[in-house]
Design a protein around this ligand. Structure first.
Ligand SMILES: *Cc1c(COP(=O)(O)O)cnc(C)c1O
Length: 229
């Protein structure tokens, strides 16, 4: 299937989820996660009209950014090592994985401009998932005032990979609750209007639960291995 066709299907699913939830599809930005595909497919994504690209490693981001530059809007979605900050920070439009003060400090030190960040929250019990515990997130956001180049535009989470819809939905609701806590603080550096949640297997639920950015890999770009059949 072509990326164009996959995009149409995804957009239709988003529109249906919006209808169920009484939302407008314009509230949702699709970030195409191109971490598993090369330059050709990445350009195909752009040609299909998706300008927001997500990468989870600097090794993936840098060569693509070098070739594509400002024709795309760049999202860093993976955990970012402090020592990698200086090579990527001025290439990024959005960082989805802010999860510690040492990272905020390094971003503030290295960035030339304000960096739009999502604070990553661990809403599931899974050991492997990154992010702050929900009960610590608001206090963390407050402390980020010390680093004026960080703007907390929202929160990000990953639900566990499961068939159980209730488990997934509960994670997304937790993120929304944390967002309300942060918004109640009325912090100038943290409007926190956005929710980055939903991947290929759970974006429909995420949209129903208030996602404003969905991060879509396989469902949209496929994998490098498979053909176009
Ligand atoms: C890989 C990745 C995605 C996309 O995953 P798919 O299941 O392929 O849609 C989204 N978010 C993060 C943080 C990822 O690492």
């Amino acid at each position: 299937m072509t990326i164009q066709k996959r995009l149409q299907q995804v957009q239709q699913q988003i529109a249906e989820a919006c209808r169920r939830a009484g939302r407008s599809p314009e509230e949702i930005t699709i970030v195409a996660v191109t971490k598993t595909v090369g330059m050709d497919k990445t350009k195909e994504v752009l040609a299909a009209g998706v300008k927001h690209l997500g990468e989870n490693r600097s090794e993936g981001l840098l060569p693509k950014h070098k070739e594509i530059g400002t024709d795309a809007i760049w999202h860093f979605i993976g955990s970012l090592q402090t020592r990698k900050v200086k090579e990527v920070v001025d290439k990024l439009d959005y960082l989805h994985s802010l999860d510690r003060l040492s990272l905020a400090q390094e971003i503030h030190k290295r960035a030339e401009h304000t960096v739009r960040c999502f604070v990553q929250v661990k809403t599931s019990a899974e050991e492997s998932k990154q992010g702050l515990p929900p009960e610590e997130a608001a206090a963390f956001v407050k402390e980020l005032a010390a680093y004026p180049k960080i703007e907390v535009i929202g929160l990000m989470t990953m639900a566990p990979y499961t068939e159980n819809e209730d488990t997934i939905r509960a994670c997304f609701r937790t993120l929304r609750r944390v967002q309300e806590d942060v918004q109640a603080l009325q912090l100038p550096h943290a409007p926190c209007l956005e929710l980055s949640m939903g991947m290929s297997n759970d974006f429909v639920i995420a949209v129903e639960e208030g996602a404003t950015y969905v991060r879509l890999g396989t469902v949209l770009v496929g994998t490098e291995q498979e053909g176009e059949a």
